[in-house]
Structures are given as structure tokens and as C-alpha cells.
Design a protein around this ligand. Structure first.
Ligand code: RIB
Ligand code: CA
Length: 303
């Protein structure tokens, strides 16, 4: 399976990219970057740093700096740290971005690879909405869109109603769900059932001295946020769970429903079932322990 991850790295994004690099059934063909956990230029810098650390020479196409209709963005520094990788700062600038902006790169790759391409969006959906606006055939060309986002049958995390990726660009998400490709939504309904704890990171660091230790080191900041704010003994494997859903759908219980996104007011970013909308598959449950084990075993195989 050919995969592009649309990402705002971000600590759990870094874990998902490492998983994709280690998964034998995934051919990662590139990354597209978006604002969210960081400013988009930092997302791109972090993506290129990570690919270099993984020994992968892949394109990074930079995308949206702000949400549709917005002028500015305030990164989630209190969650992912000042440069998106926890306490790590002064992340080196390695290589350069791809010549094409993210939306054009996504349209181009979908035209080239057609139904063989899966896009896994693990940040705000601005690049995906822009690709749909740019090419009416994009949605039909794409094999599948797997989204980390939403909280359909559970509370949100950035507000009680909304999950962060959807909240950060509710207009983009509403446009995507109005005319969705073949889509799977991997929301908080399942990603809070795949918590990754300190002991899991320590075990990973023992088995993967370079990448495992890096992920452990940058996740300390993230784990502290989850404990201090969420009262949780682990962090959500949000983005890795979405990447795993790209190839291991049988680990998830899914329901089919149309979705609508609230775009303003105190419920902004809420993802609500709507039978009038084209159906997407929404993950309602997951083999959480199985996902955590699969993630660990795959990433532990890295140097
Ligand atoms: O709500 C979790 C999502 O928001 C994850 O993708 C995390 O990286 C942040 O972007
Ligand atoms: Ca993310």
C-alpha cells in the first residue's frame, strides 16, 4: 500500500511516521505538512529531520499555514513543546521542501497512483480540502482517506465538543465530509483506547536504541501534559492508530454514517452523525492492546 501522511509533527505524528517507516506492508511515498501542533514551516523542518533520522529520502510538500478563512494560527506548544518535539529545540534544517505545495502534490500523486494510494491525514484537514477544491477528480482518484480526527460518540479534547485536528480547521473538515473520498475516521472514540505509557517508551528505547530512544525522549513533555491535564498515565497513540487503521482495519469496529461539522460557536469542531451526508466509516471500537503491541513490535525493529 502506497501511503502519504499529511502531518503536523508533533510528537504522536513522529511516532506514526516511524511506524509507517517500519511497517512492511506500507510504502511511504512522501509527507505533506500542515499547521497544527506547530507552525507549518516547523512541521516541514520536523518532517525532514525525522525522515533523515529514519534514513528515508522522500519528498516533503509543505501545505497550509492557517485554516481556511483564517489569518493566523496559535500552535499547541503546551502539548507538543516549543518546536513540536517536546523539550527538543534547535531542530536542524535538513534538505528542502518539495517544489509543489501540498495540495498540488496530493492531487498529482492521486492522479499517478489512483486507487493504490492511501492518504492518512493526522493534522487539520486544510490540505485535503484544498486538494478537493483544486481537482474535482481527487476524491475519486484516491484509494482511501484515513483521518485521525473527530470525537463522534465521545467528548472532545480541545473543547468538550471537539477534537483538535477538526477544531483547528472546522471549515475544511466540513468541506471534506460534504464530498468525501472513500473515508475512514479514526477519532478519539478509539485513539484514547490506545494509550502508550512510560514503561512502553522505556521498553521501546531498550529495543530500538536510536529511534526508540528519540521517541521516548521527545514524549516526556507529552506524557506530562496528559498526566497534568488529563490525569492519564499515558499519551494517546492518536496518529499511529490512524496509520495502523490504513492496513489493519480488522482491528477496528466501524459504523457507516454521514458526518457534519459545526463550524462556529461554542460547539465549533463537533463531528455529528448526519444521515443526509455521504457515508464514511467511523471507528467506534478498537483492539487497543493489539494496536499498542503492533506499534511497539514494528517500531522496535528500527535501529
Ligand atoms: O487530537 C489529537 C490530534 O491532534 C493528533 O493528530 C495530534 O498530533 C494533534 O495534531
Ligand atoms: Ca497530528
Amino acid at each position: 500500500m502506497k501511503l502519504i501522511i499529511d502531518t503536523d509533527p508533533g510528537i504522536d505524528d513522529a511516532m506514526a511516521i516511524a511506524y509507517a517507516a517500519a511497517a512492511p506492508e506500507i510504502e511511504l511515498i512522501g509527507l505533506t505538512t500542515v499547521f497544527g501542533n506547530t507552525h507549518v514551516h516547523q512541521s516541514s523542518r520536523n518532517a525532514r529531520f525525522l525522515l533523515d533520522k529514519l534514513g528515508l529520502d522522500l519528498p516533503v510538500a509543505e501545505g497550509a499555514a492557517v485554516a481556511l478563512g483564517a489569518d493566523t494560527h496559535s500552535p499547541s506548544e503546551h502539548v507538543h513543546g516549543p518546536e513540536g518535539f517536546g523539550d527538543l529545540t534547535d531542530i536542524p534544517e535538513i534538505g528542502r521542501n518539495h517544489a509543489l505545495p501540498a495540495a498540488e502534490f496530493l492531487v498529482d500523486m492521486a492522479r499517478t497512483h489512483k486507487k493504490k494510494l492511501v492518504v492518512c491525514a493526522v493534522g487539520p484537514l486544510t490540505n485535503i480540502a484544498n486538494a478537493i477544491r483544486l481537482d474535482p477528480e481527487f476524491a475519486g482518484n484516491l484509494g482511501r482517506l484515513v483521518i485521525m480526527g473527530g470525537a463522534v460518540y465521545c467528548p472532545g479534547n480541545i473543547t468538550n465538543h471537539a477534537e483538535a485536528n477538526i477544531y483547528h480547521d472546522a471549515i475544511a473538515a466540513e468541506e471534506v465530509f460534504a464530498t468525501p473520498p472513500d473515508t475512514v475516521l479514526v477519532g478519539l472514540d478509539v485513539t484514547l483506547k490506545t494509550l502508550y505509557e512510560t514503561a512502553d517508551f522505556e521498553s521501546l528505547a531498550m529495543r530500538s536504541p536510536d529511534m526508540g530512544s528519540f521517541l521516548r525522549d521527545i514524549s516526556r513533555f507529552y506524557l506530562k501534559f496528559y498526566k497534568d491535564v488529563g490525569g492519564l498515565e499515558g499519551c494517546g497513540l492518536h496518529d499511529s492508530t490512524a496509520v495502523i487503521a490504513c492496513s489493519h482495519g480488522a482491528m477496528f469496529d466501524m459504523v457507516e454514517t454521514g458526518l457534519r461539522v459545526v463550524t462556529e460557536g461554542d460547539q465549533k469542531g463537533a463531528t455529528q452523525p448526519d444521515p443526509e451526508r455521504p457515508t464514511v466509516r467511523v471507528c467506534r471500537d478498537v483492539d487497543g492492546a493489539g494496536v499498542v503491541q503492533l506499534f511497539t513490535d514494528r517500531v522496535a525493529s528500527l535501529p
